[in-house]
Design a protein around this ligand. Sequence first.
Ligand SMILES: O=C[C@H](O)[C@H](O)COP(=O)(O)O
Ligand SMILES: C=C(OP(=O)(O)O)C(=O)O
Length: 450
Amino acid sequence: MSVEAAPGVVEGLDAWRSLSARQQPAWPDQDALAAVGRELAALPPLVFAGEADVLTGRLAAAARGEAFVLQGGDCAETFAEATADTIRNKIKTILQMAVVLTYGASLPVVKMGRMAGQYAKPRSADLEERDGVTLPAYRGDAINGHDFTPDARVPDPRRLVEAYHRSAATLNLIRAFTTGGFADLRRVHEWNRGFTANPAYSAYEQVAGEIDRAMRFMAACGADFDSLRSVEFFASHEALLLDYERPLTRIDSRTGTPYDCSAHFLWIGERTRQLDGAHVDFLSRVRNPIGVKLGPTTTADDAFALMDKLNPNEQPGRLTFITRMGAGRIREALPSLVEKVHASGRPVTWVCDPMHGNTISSASGYKTRRLTDVLDEVRGFFEVHRAVGSVPGGLHVELTGDDVTEVLGGSEEIDEDALSRRYETLVDPRLNHQQSLEMAFQVAEMIQGI
Ligand SMILES: O=C[C@H](O)[C@H](O)COP(=O)(O)O
Ligand SMILES: C=C(OP(=O)(O)O)C(=O)O
């Protein structure tokens, strides 16, 4: 793997610089930004291009219905929360969900964190106003601070370097947890049994009991559980800040082609997927598997134009469409899109993000979501794909492994009054540990058609 930034080595890698890039911070000091770019370019890549290729293969399998994708993690990671406990709880939650989904789908689950780099957010408004004071909006820890003070809100490019180091530390711990015995299937199953033992979740006992019997059957057959102590786990984030992604793009020494080595998988957000924009151009030139978020106004022509630009060679697994329509719209907005793409025979992995189309404000002013809406969107996703004959390939979820109170509902019935108890997200509401597991059990049933 070459470690230089490869400026100009591959023609066009910097073409994005002359295109319109939405949602970029107003960096006050361009020289400081350029110096940070040079510093990042000299730092080691965070992932190996070969790992990204493995993921492309896994996503191709998901598109064929031979695997199911689970992508989850914070809306916005924060530097303060890049701690061992928080990372462990998130990994634990994703592993627990994956076991349930593996059982439900009878398929391998491709595990991907919105982790180790999810430090920048697109925002609806550039400015935030509180009590007559107006400041730049918080855009994620890679850009500015959340404190509502003029100093904190100034975009500071040194934060990009901090984001790199926090991502490196997070990835290091993820690798340790997922290969060092923490992910042992028997252990993860025991955690799930603990969850269903709680009377609040007794509705899920049946599925947990079935998994238990399957485990005992495997043991009786002499399954090698030691070979199930490690799991594959991939890192992903929104490729929003091109001043971060570009210096972390390296030329793969095996193939001489560029990979964005800030993560295995990068996605383009609903707000930055303009065909003639900088984000689409930049990601069209790297070889990682990539995703594009598609909201309810997306037309089939948009989808085809994105496929032309981002996957002209029709490589299976290269392009994932992450649909986020909203529970109220998915059944009318998704069918024509899926029908036309499916009829074209061109390879796309379809993943459902049931979070971003279902955001509401509580009476007390909290940005929240209802678990019932989230689950209804997933149900709509399966219905549409089943009706069309295409493959519902996975889930993309904002979640945390902690006991926060940000999303309404669930068996523990978080209501509007409870939101204030532990509302900790800095941007969008996340499912907490229990709600995430409930979702996994319910989705397992949806997959089985129960
Ligand atoms: O996560 C998605 C967006 O960044 C977020 O929903 C935008 O939030 P805002 O409308 O509060 O800016
Ligand atoms: C901003 C996000 O989503 P979307 O682009 O779908 O709004 C996100 O996933 O953090």
